[in-house]
Design a protein around this ligand. Structure first.
Ligand code: DGI
Ligand code: FE
Ligand code: FE
Length: 200
């Protein structure tokens, strides 16, 4: 399959109409961070930039409209997602990326779909976007710098740290933790254990 070519600047210009200023700035930060991680971990840089640029393209769509998009396009919505419509920005984002920005690459669409919770068996690009979303330059929360440093050294460890920090924060707030968040986090633990075993 021939690689699709995209004009990132043009996409950013279009996103400006659909995102508020803070979200656009965050999005540009994720694009930048995705590029750095792609260089470090040997993933095609422009594809990582494209996924980073579009990961939150549906973030500013109101809940009702996201549900309508799902209904009209036969995108399955679980009862849980209907109650927690925040989660839908990820899978609706993948739909918008395909229908409105012409992205057909399943690897890129999958990275957008899973960027909020992650999941088991994440691909390299899924990890890059998940982590870039967490540590892009405008993110500012306790411990973010430690995870940024870790991201230079070890991708899996950094993804695990990002999960741990989110989960601790969610626990402190008595928030509901999604199954996929736990599954993704535990999967990283097993993966890291496996790496250590082979090293022994
Ligand atoms: O869209 P962004 O804000 O850039 O980032 P995102 O799509 O990764 O969403 C981050 C938010 O998602 C953050 O406030 C924590 C929340 N989140 C992630 N996993 C879970 C979760 N919230 C709950 N309640 N439970 C989770 O498992
Ligand atoms: Fe998001
Ligand atoms: Fe984001």
């Amino acid at each position: 399959m021939e690689e699709q070519k995209f004009n990132l600047m043009k996409i950013a210009g279009k996103l400006k109409k659909y995102l508020d200023e803070d979200r656009l700035w965050h999005t540009l930060g994720v694009m930048q961070m995705s590029a750095s991680l792609a260089i470090r971990y040997d993933y095609p840089m422009e594809r990582a930039q494209l996924a980073g640029l579009l990961h939150d393209c549906a973030k500013c769509i109101p809940a009702k409209k996201k549900l309508k998009i799902c209904k009209d396009n036969k995108i399955p919505v679980t009862d849980f997602e209907r109650e927690h419509t925040f989660l839908l920005h990820a899978k609706v984002g993948a739909w918008v990326a395909r229908e409105k920005y012409g992205v057909t690459d399943p690897e890129i669409l999958s990275a957008i779909t899973w960027h909020t919770t992650g999941k088991e068996n994440m691909t390299l690009l899924e990890k890059i976007i998940f982590l870039a979303d967490y540590i892009e330059p405008s993110r500012d929360f306790p411990g973010v710098d430690t995870i940024r440093k870790l991201a230079e050294k070890d991708l899996n460890q950094a993804v695990l740290s990002a999960y741990n920090s989110t989960i601790k924060h969610l626990i402190d707030q008595d928030a509901y933790i999604y199954d996929l968040t736990f599954l993704g986090r535990n999967d990283m633990v097993l993966l890291i254990d496996g790496e250590n075993d082979t090293a022994r």
